[in-house]
Design a binder for this molecule. Structure first.
Ligand SMILES: Nc1ncnc2c1ncn2[C@@H]1O[C@H](COP(=O)(O)OP(=O)(O)OP(=O)(O)O)[C@@H](O)[C@H]1O
Ligand SMILES: [Mg+2]
Length: 150
């Protein structure tokens, strides 16, 4: 499935739509260049999960955790600055296994081995300064259900 948005607000709106379909236990892998809109998309996902706090890029802290609706937690990772997976792979593994947690990952390459097969990959490309094409790929049953609901 491919979605095109023409500005930041549309990206957030798409994220919110996606976020409303999440029930916990899902893993979303966001792929795209610096500034493609991964964190912006995550802000929208947080809205769809009724997160009250302002979502900030976790590029320096590696991870940030937010309380969401229905007793869910949004765990947002950015592994860009992580030199090697190390202990983070264990932490991520625990997070992913939690059925009350929605896990969103930016720059997941370094923890590739710790990512579950069943994840929804959202590949973002930026043909222009404000246009974004989001290629949504489901890799298993759970992620396929989300894709179909969109
Ligand atoms: N349609 C759009 N969707 C998302 N962001 C957009 C769009 N048009 C312009 N932008 C701008 O692109 C930038 C996206 O930044 P963002 O931090 O979300 O990217 P990122 O992929 O998370 O980058 P990084 O890899 O550095 O974490 C913002 O400055 C945003 O205002
Ligand atoms: Mg980011």
């Amino acid at each position: 499935m491919i979605i095109e948005v023409t500005n930041e607000e549309e990206m957030k709106a798409f994220g919110a739509r996606l976020g409303r379909h999440l029930n916990g236990g899902e893993v979303l892998e966001l792929v795209g260049d610096v500034g493609s809109g991964k964190t912006t998309l995550t802000k929208g996902i947080a809205t769809g999960l009724d997160v009250d706090e302002d979502v900030q890029s976790p590029s320096f802290t590696i991870s940030r955790v937010y309380s969401a609706r229905d007793g869910l937690t949004l765990a947002h990772y950015d592994f860009y600055r992580l030199g090697h997976a190390g202990i983070m792979a264990n932490e991520l593994h625990e997070t992913i296994l939690n059925p009350r947690t929605v896990t969103v990952i930016e720059w997941g390459g370094i923890v590739e081995g710790a990512l579950p097969a069943d994840r929804l990959t959202l590949n973002i490309v930026s043909p222009t300064e404000t246009t974004r094409r989001i290629i949504v790929e489901a890799h298993g049953l759970k992620s396929r259900k989300i894709e179909q609901a969109l």
